[in-house]
Design a protein around this ligand. Structure first.
Ligand code: SAM
Length: 299
């Protein structure tokens, strides 16, 4: 196979941008990787091989798409910016296993788009240098999709990475940690300095690795109530769980009595703060709400 000059070097990136008269749009989170080592580490973290398909979000000028194409069976990559389509047609022309989908990934029906392009029975990884202005919605879009994704290896702001991987009783722990750790094992694979991007972002970045658990980390009676109570517990971080539950479910006498029963049943001290509760404890709390206040299941 002919070896092509890598896209992700400062000089080649400059050359590509100049050739196509392309100027980056900050509003679309366009920070392009110009460092081959970071790409090697991303590909290694995703454990790719020729039996694995990859979904990418935001190929940009193709810096990450190129090593993904080399290492995997097929890459389907969503790009919102139509100005990048001719650029990608040029830079990725040596690779016949890449398909660019011109679409806002958040509006994309993943199962429909992916099922016609890859075999969804095969191993599927999401690998992306995400646009930071919509990191969380993109992750949740993939996790909540009916498409079974085996794992995600994604570049995020370091601060978001900290929140995703946080343990209880830490400053970064919150409803995002719970929403993601419910489905996935989450770890920071490595920290990425600003200098690997053009243009450089204002924040530090991290590569996060999420691996699908065989079963959700807690078994609950009603997932919706679980996520609902996990969100409610953090609405006012500095208040007790009890206060946050009153705000969410009502302050009248009847609700107070029911919530007292809920907390007794779940064996959770109402004076604790939400940030101290583990996923297992949120699971017990949610199940107690389903038992004592079944009327909330529809809300
Ligand atoms: N993968 C390239 C790299 O690493 O050099 C570019 C990554 S850049 C951080 C984010 C990319 O996501 C940009 O190409 C941007 O146009 C694209 N993007 C932004 N919002 C998007 C959306 N809603 N759907 C799909 N792509 C989006």
């Amino acid at each position: 196979m002919t070896q092509h000059k890598d896209i992700a070097t400062p000089s080649r990136t400059k050359e590509i941008l100049a050739k196509h008269g392309f100027s980056v749009k900050k509003s679309l989170g366009q920070n392009f990787i110009v460092d081959g080592n970071v790409l090697v580490n991303i590909v290694a973290a995703a454990d790719l091989n020729k039996n694995t398909n990859v979904v990418e979000v935001g190929p940009g000028i193709g810096a990450l798409t190129e090593p993904l194409a080399r290492a995997s069976k097929k890459v389907v990559s969503f790009e919102i910016d139509d100005r990048l389509l001719p650029v990608l047609a040029d830079t990725l022309s040596p690779y016949d296993n890449v398909e660019i989908v011109h679409n806002d990934v958040l509006k994309a029906n993943l199962s429909e788009i992916l099922s016609s392009r890859i075999d969804l029975e095969e191993r599927l990884m999401v690998v992306a240098n995400l646009p930071y202005y919509i990191t969380t919605p993109i992750i949740m879009h993939f996790l909540e999709s009916t498409v079974r994704i085996d794992g995600l290896v994604i570049m995020t702001q370091k601060e978001v990475g900290d929140r995703i991987t946080a343990s209880p009783s830490t400053k970064a722990y919150g409803s995002l940690s719970i929403a993601i750790q419910y489905y996935m094992e989450a770890e920071i694979a490595f920290i990425v300095p600003k200098t690997v991007f053009v243009p450089q972002p204002n924040v530090d970045s991290a590569i996060i690795k999420l691996t699908r658990r065989a079963e959700p980390s807690v078994k609950v009676k009603d997932e919706r109530i679980f996520f609902q109570v996990a969100r409610a517990a953090f609405v006012q971080r500095r208040k007790t769980l009890w206060n946050n539950l009153l705000v969410r479910y009502g302050k009248d006498e009847e609700t107070r009595e029911k919530l007292t029963k809920v907390l007794e049943l779940a064996e959770i001290d109402p004076t604790r703060r939400g940030e101290t509760l583990s996923l297992t404890e949120f699971g017990r709390l949610a199940d107690a709400i389903v038992d004592v206040m079944p009327e909330n299941s529809g809300k």
